[in-house]
Design a protein around this ligand. Structure first.
Ligand code: HEC
Ligand code: HEC
Ligand code: HEC
Length: 88
């Protein structure tokens, strides 16, 4: 029962913070990359990207070109070419 209550609270929490971030722009000399958090989180579960309680994720070049962005794009038909993400 206690576990169920905690689960409900976590879901309620997730719903209240869902629009905490909408579009994030990562600046790059190759062209800025925009990440639309709203469309990305509508298409999949929070837990695909967030472990535990959703919070800010630090994205650097290594993460972005790896599992945090490009890895999923490769697996799920998202953009993988430089200029698909980096817009000038
Ligand atoms: C899935 C989207 C995506 C693709 C595809 C992608 N990038 Fe990136 N790239 C990013 C993001 C996000 C960052 C993180 C920027 C930051 O550190 O804030 C980044 C960072 C970089 C950086 C370091 C930031 C800078 O300007 O110094 C370089 C250089 C770069 N990318 C070049 C490329 C090249 C070249 C390609 C193609 C081979 C490519 N990227 C493909 C999303 C992408
Ligand atoms: C496709 C990956 C992905 C999905 C799915 C996703 N997020 Fe995020 N989320 C991110 C990234 C990347 C950041 C960091 C953005 C930034 O730099 O502010 C983030 C940031 C956040 C933040 C921190 C905002 C801030 O600036 O403090 C919250 C809260 C959050 N997400 C909640 C959620 C919730 C709730 C869901 C599910 C409804 C969700 N996220 C789904 C990738 C995702
Ligand atoms: C869990 C899988 C997943 C992750 C992680 C993910 N994406 Fe995506 N992304 C997708 C898919 C799938 C599409 C294609 C959606 C479509 O075309 O309808 C997409 C589309 C995009 C697009 C083009 C459409 C748009 O929203 O403008 C950009 C740019 C993009 N992603 C950037 C990023 C960046 C930057 C990150 C990392 C911070 C990231 N994505 C992480 C799955 C993901």
């Amino acid at each position: 029962m206690k576990k169920l209550i905690i689960a409900i609270m976590l879901v309620a929490f997730a719903c209240t913070v869902v629009y905490a971030v909408e579009v994030v722009t990562y600046e790059s000399k190759k062209g800025n990359v925009t990440f639309d958090h709203t469309t990305h989180s509508a298409a999949t579960e929070c837990t695909v990207c967030h472990e535990g309680e959703p919070a800010k994720i630090a994205i650097d070049k290594k993460a972005a070109h790896g599992d945090a962005c490009k890895g999923c794009h490769k697996a799920n038909g998202g953009p993988t070419k430089c200029n698909d993400c980096h817009k000038k």
